[in-house]
Design a protein around this ligand. Structure first.
Ligand code: MG
Length: 450
């Protein structure tokens, strides 16, 4: 958090009792309540040790501005988002730090459409916060605080309506679920059992200390991989701390990157619902473009950030969204990342194809990826970008975030890092040597500009 902003790419984040103190969070709650201007606001949370403190702090802030606070409890972010839409509430505040380590917590603000509010709305909350321009309700007009049960059951039933439940039920799947001791464990295991799967869980007891880092990636999913192998399971499913993301382990125990499983899901979904618009950040693989093209659909690239994907989907009426970190957005359900929907849809893909996940991955177009980093002082980044843009003028390129140049047999993304004093170069091509060649060319673009 810098001096004049509160929100990062996914809400407000910070270390407990450092950036995120109770008094800070009460004030954030008052600013959010002022922004909503009353109405019925759902509050929910993941399983972090600090959640009760911040839940009370936010609740106090919201109710002091006249909002009715509906306490939805411990639930996945997509379940709370779904409830806002389904019960026609005015918004939600979710206490979660998503994939961040245990010492962090955070706050996500959801509007009346069930999506995280866009940047321009966050700015209104920030303005109110920093100016101290707050609604202060009279003593007899304070908001009430009421229990709001049923969030998880409603969500689970809604996910099922988008699935071919019969097809999944015909195959005797064995699935291992690793919800990182958090809210995914309240939904995914029972949902998959309802679908007829044999479910084994690891890291499923609710525990804010987390048995593994909450970000699901190959380095953190060793136990899941080993369990899938040892039990000869068909699939491993891993969520992050608030279960809006889902990573998969194939039947051989290999943790598969989100771009590949996303491509498998996307290919299936586009065949299922027909010609569609797909939204993905500029950092995603060309593999996605291949899948979208071969299904006669349209691909829209955006800046990196799940909220940006969501709002672009809404603006364009897109059906599907995708992020390579395990984010899958399916608008017929809701245009937000949804871990349980992704997990159960993957089972439908396996059931309908009759193939194991490793085979579906093998069948995808292959790309070699080369990643490079070039040191560049932050103050020089804009002039470097200007020169890179000059040098690539007239080429087949996108300039949404840095510059991404497309070739017939590959692509390269050259973009300044938002958090480090470096430029990143991501090159991919069907052949390893060609990916290296394109990466070198991308690196030269930056070094010449420096
Ligand atoms: Mg998350």
């Amino acid at each position: 958090m810098s001096a004049k902003t509160l929100f990062g790419t996914n809400g407000i984040r910070g270390v407990v009792n450092q950036e995120l103190t109770p008094e800070f969070v009460v004030k954030v709650g008052v600013a959010i309540g002022t922004y909503f201007g009353g109405g019925r606001i759902l509050i929910g949370h993941d399983c972090r040790t600090s959640n009760t403190i911040f839940l009370y702090a936010i609740t106090a802030g919201l109710a002091s501005t006249g909002c009715t606070v509906l306490v939805g409890g411990c639930a996945p972010t997509p379940a709370l988002q779904y409830a806002v839409n389904c019960f026609k509430l005015d918004g939600a505040v979710i206490v979660t730090a998503s994939h961040n380590p245990a010492e962090y917590n955070g706050i996500k603000v959801v509007g009346c459409d069930g999506t995280e509010i866009p940047r321009e709305e966050e700015e209104k909350i920030e303005k109110s916060f920093f100016e101290g321009s707050f609604t202060r309700s009279a003593w007899n007009q304070l908001g009430s605080i009421q229990p709001f049960p049923g969030v998880i059951d409603t969500y689970k039933e809604a996910v099922k309506t988008h699935l071919d439940v019969e097809a999944i039920g015909r195959t005797p799947f064995k699935v291992v679920v690793d919800p990182v001791n958090s809210v995914g464990g309240l939904v995914t295991p029972s949902l998959l059992k309802d679908l007829g799967c044999t479910v084994v869980t690891i890291n499923a007891q609710l525990d804010g200390d987390f048995s593994r880092p909450p970000e699901p990636k190959p380095e953190t999913l060793g136990d899941l991989s080993a369990t899938v192998k040892a039990l000869h399971a068909d699939l491993g499913v891993a969520h992050d701390g608030d279960a809006d993301r889902c990573m998969f382990v194939d039947e051989q125990g290999t943790v598969v990157w989100g771009d590949k499983t996303g491509a498998v899901l996307l290919d299936y979904v586009l065949k299922k619902i027909g010609e569609s618009t797909v939204v993905t950040p500029i950092s995603s693989s060309k593999l996605l473009e291949d899948i979208v093209k071969r299904n006669g659909s349209k691909l829209v690239w955006t800046l990196v950030g799940s909220t940006i994907v969501t709002h672009t989907m809404k603006d364009m009426g897109a059906e599907v969204g995708f992020e390579d970190n395990g984010g899958f957005f399916y608008a017929p359900h809701q245009p937000v990342r949804d871990g349980a929907l992704a997990a159960s849809m993957m089972l439908e893909v396996l059931a309908k194809s009759g193939k194991p996940l490793s085979k579906l991955i093998e069948d995808l177009p292959k790309y070699a990826l080369v990643k490079e980093r070039i040191e560049c002082p932050n103050d020089k980044k804009p002039q470097v970008l200007a020169k890179v843009l000059q040098q690539t003028e007239g080429m087949n390129r996108l300039t949404i975030d840095g510059v991404k140049i497309f070739f017939d047999d590959g692509s390269v993304l050259v973009r300044p890092s938002g958090t480090e004093a470096i430029y990143r170069v991501y090159a991919e091509a069907q052949k390893e040597e060609r990916a290296k060649e394109i990466a070198d060319w991308g690196v030269t673009l930056v070094t010449k500009a420096l």
